[in-house]
Design a binder for this molecule. Structure first.
Ligand SMILES: *Cc1c(COP(=O)(O)O)cnc(C)c1O
Ligand code: SF4
Length: 340
């Protein structure tokens, strides 16, 4: 581990931390003492989907280790260039499900807003790495089209902010949304799917928590943490602040080869989540998006891992193993049996 490269974080705004993110593969390899022989491939893969990682997050990565489970999630590797026939651009059928730009409803009772196209970090396995965000964010024009659709459909009780990362938006944009939602009586819950508190804990500042606290809707935040090593003291503090603001905290992970595809890693993650009062929600099998084939874990192995975890921890610390199948009415559960 290395010390956070910016120890003045209480003076930096989250926006300046976001702007200062590392985008040059050479700089990343240098800062982490990783062999420069990985640079040419990193550059080629970054030309397809750019490298992006906040400087503070480097503190969560071991130096000089190309196999580090956190580094593997953010470093462009040559393996991304191996095209595999079943790995495609829109792996989850999102484009077909858009009702107005940025509003996607695939499941009953809840609708998802693509709130922002940008993220503080670029996760190499992300199914949105090929998503054409330009035309598809709901926050343009102050959410008007999306709010009109939501107001006209009383079957929707929950609005999910997703992206990209919805917390790439500033607090004023978020507040405009909640003001709009407050006028729609059938909307009860606001859910936020975000990785920002993990990779850029500065985002969870006093102004943001103030917005959450005064929002009348029930609030759920689904974090995205794949490995216990991603959890540092800043994230622990951010979770405490979110809980204090009245947010229910859950976590979803993606099962990733070379990152968290072993029982000890999953066990440690569940325990570390619980230690900060975050419950595991989903463990997703990888969506087959172009360039992510090297992260795939077979369904058979996934069942073995989760079945073994079941024998080790309380039921509430076992995430639900799911896969996303276009056209289904929810995420599709993968049946797991207890392994002893
Ligand atoms: C994953 C997802 C949801 C949320 O599903 P839950 O099972 O409620 O967590 C909602 N809408 C879309 C389009 C999704 O992909
Ligand atoms: S933060 Fe989420 S949406 Fe953004 S690249 Fe990572 S996994 Fe994808």
């Amino acid at each position: 581990m290395i010390a956070a490269s910016h120890n003045s974080s209480q003076f930096d705004t989250w926006q300046s931390c976001m702007r200062a993110a590392i985008t040059d593969p050479r700089e990343l390899l240098q800062l982490l003492d990783v062999d420069m022989k990985f640079l040419p491939a990193a550059r080629l893969s970054a030309a397809r989907f750019g490298l992006r990682v906040p400087r503070g997050f480097l503190a969560r990565i071991r130096r000089g280790d190309i196999d580090d489970p956190v580094l593997r999630q953010i470093l462009p590797l040559g393996a991304e260039l191996d095209d595999r026939p079943q790995f495609v651009a829109d792996a989850v059928g999102d484009l077909a499900a858009a009702r107005v730009p940025g509003l996607i409803q695939k499941y009953r009772g809840r609708a998802l807003l693509i709130a922002s196209g940008s993220c503080a970090v670029h996760c190499r396995y992300c199914f949105r790495r090929e998503f054409p965000y330009g035309e598809h964010t709901a926050s343009r024009a102050d959410w008007r089209a999306a709010l009109a659709q939501l107001a006209g459909d009383s079957s929707i009780h929950e609005v999910i902010l997703s992206g990209g990362d919805p917390l790439s938006l500033g607090d004023a944009k978020l507040a405009a949304l909640t003001r709009g939602l407050a006028g729609i009586s059938h909307i009860k819950r606001l859910r936020i799917h975000t990785r920002q508190p993990v990779v850029l804990p500065e985002r969870v500042d006093a102004a943001f928590c103030g917005w959450l606290r005064q929002t009348q809707l029930q609030k759920v935040m689904v974090l995205h943490i794949n490995h216990a090593q991603e959890i540092g003291p800043e994230l622990v503090a951010a979770c405490a602040a979110l809980l204090e603001a009245g947010v229910v905290l859950l976590n979803q992970s993606v099962l990733l080869a070379g990152v968290n595809d072993d029982v000890d890693a999953l066990h440690a993650l569940s325990e570390a989540l619980m230690a900060m009062r975050v419950l595991p929600y989903y463990l997703s099998l990888l969506d087959r998006v172009r360039g992510s084939g090297h992260f795939e874990v077979s369904e058979e192995r996934a069942k073995l891992l989760v079945g073994t975890l079941m024998g080790r921890v309380p039921g509430y610390l076992v995430p639900r193993l799911v896969r996303e199948i276009p056209g289904q009415a929810s995420k599709t559960p993968v049946a797991v049996s207890l392994m002893t």
